[in-house]
Design a protein. Structure first.
Length: 210
């Protein structure tokens, strides 16, 4: 399944699948271990800067929750807000609802620590085609986060709803069919009227001739 149609990291990044050896070296892993890690964790995209102070990762997973809602864009903003802890997996989490083209996302930010020190995790999470899709940015504390929004704006997936698709709703099709039926009905009525008029005139001419 294709998850990423397009994404353009804003800044200097090495991308897994393009500069795999370099990415593995920066992360201190073998290429084989990196491949296994990506497969086991549903990583569809991974990019890292030279100093490993910034990472960009796209993951996807299907859950009972994502199966039940199918696409996040089908929910109202109020319902999405109530489901933020379930979608992010963080109890009590809060997030900003963002709509990009026709797809809705939850933007959430956390500050956390690991063996590499303190960093800020910024995530854009959505549900599309029954998949929880998360675009995650890991930024070492103190580093600029300007690259995040620019990169997010370039993110496209074949799973996402677009504005064009949103406009092509079932109601739109119903109205289109109704318009066609109405037009055909009008054409039939007009044709029948014209036919009757011609018939009447023909009968009048015959009567005059007699």
């Amino acid at each position: 399944m294709e998850i990423v149609k397009n994404i353009e990291p804003y800044g200097d990044f090495y991308v897994y699948g393009e500069q795999t050896e370099k990415v593995a070296d920066i992360l201190g892993m073998s290429e084989a271990d990196l491949k296994d890690n990506c497969q086991q964790n549903g990583v569809a995209y991974l990019a890292v800067d030279k100093a490993n102070t910034k990472q960009i990762k796209i993951t996807h997973i299907t859950t009972d929750f994502s199966n039940s809602i199918i696409n996040l864009s089908n929910l109202s903003d109020s319902n999405i807000s109530a489901l933020v802890p379930d979608i992010t997996g963080v109890e009590g989490a809060m997030g900003e609802i963002i709509k990009k083209d026709g797809q809705k996302f939850i933007k959430a930010q956390f500050k956390t620590n690991d063996s590499g020190g303190e960093y800020i995790l910024t995530q854009y999470i959505t549900v599309a085609e029954r998949n929880v899709v998360a675009l995650s940015f890991y930024t070492t504390s103190g580093e600029s986060t300007d690259y995040i929004e620019e990169t997010f704006e370039s993110f496209e997936s074949p799973l996402f709803i677009t504005e064009k698709q949103a406009e092509s709703s079932p109601l739109g099709y119903v109205l289109l069919v109704a318009a066609i039926v109405f037009a055909v009905a009008c054409a039939v009525i007009i044709f029948t009227i014209i036919k009757d008029i011609k018939k009447d005139k023909t009968e009048e001419i015959r009567e005059d001739d007699n």
